[in-house]
Every structure is written in structure tokens, then in C-alpha cells.
Ligand binder design. Structure first.
Ligand SMILES: Nc1ncnc2c1ncn2[C@@H]1O[C@H](COP(=O)(O)OP(=O)(O)OP(=O)(O)O)[C@@H](O)[C@H]1O
Length: 237
């Protein structure tokens, strides 16, 4: 399997209707770690994740992986704040990414059943995924993203609207994936969660990466007045 990382972002921006939503951004993402993207509402966190995953085209600049495009996108996954369920059973949602990439049905089902146990949904395999609760859907969406062991995983506020127990379960899955070597980029509003999970932080404000630092140095000594205000819970202007 080819390495798709590092990922290089060179002077990339996203513009819509003449308005710059993001950038220009310069970034290099190495092979290991869990980068948390922080910033106030509208700072461009989701736009950055979408740009890196190819859901937005750069208006200027470029996003380049260490592998050809098709290979790079086959080795990554994205989990949205509101999980998108396929109109299938719970089991069908989990087997789909495997069978779509050539895994035999019996093997796909075996792996899917293992994941259902991990996420506490054993026994729900024949239920429609649309009937699951919000927390159960999010766990299923994360398992569906992880089942092919992606090299790179994007998470856009995966615990928004979830209770403490579901958040803890999701964080557990994220940490396991990180330990297994998946490179993770995650946007969150939850500072406690950021402190629990991050190896490093990107702080965005008004579409710009204002700080990029290790988690320790970001949380102990943020360099910009905007990041200092954000961490204190003050309004960032
Ligand atoms: N399709 C679009 N067309 C025009 N403007 C957009 C579009 N999508 C996002 N925006 C704008 O781009 C800016 C960045 O949005 P984005 O969703 O990336 O921010 P965010 O940091 O993820 O915000 P939040 O914390 O509220 O989720 C915002 O001002 C938003 O209104």
C-alpha cells in the first residue's frame, strides 16, 4: 500500500461568489498524530476539512498528496457532524465500503459484525440505519469510516449534540484509530475534548490559520491575542 502522506497545501484558498471563505493556507501534514482544528463559528474549519478531502476545489493554490489522486482518496474517509446513513440496514452500511472496494461479501459481513460488537450495536444488524438514535448513527458512521483502516480520517464535529456517554465512546474509537496509525484531522468546539485528544492544534480565525502548534504549547502558551481570547472563552473579534 502506498503512503498518501505527507499532505502539502500550497497557498490554497476557497472563494465563493467573490468572497474568500478560507486562505491562503500553507500546510504540511505529516504521517502521525491527531490534529484538532479550533476556531470561532465561521472561521473556516469545515471548509478546510472539505478542501483537504477534495469536497471543495481550491480557487487558488493546490492540495497535493504523496500518492496519485485516486489512490489518495481511496485511503481516506470523512465523518460529518450529521452522519449520512445509507438507505440500508445497519449491517449494510458497514459492509458497503468493503464490498465496494472488492472484499467478498462473507468476509465483509464477518468484519462488519466485529465492528458492530465494538460499537455496542451487536444484535441491530438487520435494523434500518435510519431508525438508530443520533449517538448510535454517529458510532456507525465512524465504524463505517474506520472499517477499511484509512490512512487519513477527517472528522467534522463528530460529537456535536451527543451526550457524555456517546461522546466518551466516540473518543475511545478515535483514540484507538490514532494508536493504530490513522492520521486524524478533527474540528471541534469542545475545548475539553481538544485537550483530551490533540497531539497538535490548528487555530483558525477569519479563514486564516492563525496558529499551528503542538497541543502542549498551544494550550499552555497561545501566541496570538485571538487564540488567547478563544481559550479564555472571550469573544474573538
Ligand atoms: N457554500 C457556501 N457558500 C457561501 N458561503 C459559505 C458556504 N459554506 C460556508 N460558507 C461561509 O464560509 C465561512 C466558513 O464556514 P465554515 O462552515 O467553514 O466555518 P466553521 O469554522 O466550520 O464554522 P462553525 O464553527 O460555525 O461550524 C462562513 O462565513 C460561512 O458562512
Amino acid at each position: 500500500m502506498v503512503n498518501i502522506l505527507p499532505l502539502f497545501v500550497q497557498s490554497a484558498s476557497v472563494k465563493k461568489n467573490g468572497k474568500c471563505l478560507l486562505g491562503p493556507v500553507d500546510l504540511e501534514l505529516g504521517e502521525a498524530g491527531l490534529t484538532i482544528i479550533l476556531g470561532p463559528n465561521g472561521a473556516g474549519k469545515s471548509t478546510l476539512l472539505r478542501l483537504l478531502h477534495g469536497l471543495e476545489k481550491p480557487s487558488e493554490g493546490r492540495v497535493r498528496f504523496a500518492a496519485p489522486r485516486a489512490e489518495a482518496y481511496a485511503q481516506q474517509a470523512f465523518v460529518f457532524q450529521t452522519p449520512v446513513m445509507l438507505r440500508r440496514t445497519v449491517l449494510g452500511n458497514l459492509t458497503y465500503p468493503l464490498t465496494a472496494h472488492g472484499t467478498k461479501r462473507a468476509e465483509a459481513q464477518k468484519q462488519a459484525l466485529t465492528w458492530l460488537k465494538i460499537i455496542g450495536l451487536a444484535g441491530h444488524e438487520h435494523q434500518r440505519a435510519s431508525q438508530l438514535s443520533g449517538g448510535e448513527r454517529q458510532k456507525l458512521a465512524l465504524a463505517r469510516a474506520l472499517i477499511r483502516a484509512p490512512q487519513l480520517l477527517f472528522l467534522d464535529e463528530p460529537c456535536a449534540n451527543l451526550d457524555g456517554a456517546s461522546t466518551r465512546d466516540i473518543e475511545g474509537l478515535i483514540l484507538k484509530a490514532r494508536e493504530a496509525g490513522t492520521r486524524i484531522l478533527m474540528a471541534t468546539h469542545d475545548l475539553g475534548q481538544a485537550r483530551r485528544l490533540a497531539t497538535d492544534v490548528l487555530f483558525l480565525n477569519k479563514g486564516k490559520v492563525t496558529e499551528a502548534a503542538s497541543a502542549d504549547s498551544f494550550f499552555s502558551s497561545p501566541q496570538t491575542s485571538e487564540a488567547q481570547a478563544f481559550l479564555k472563552g472571550d469573544l474573538v473579534i
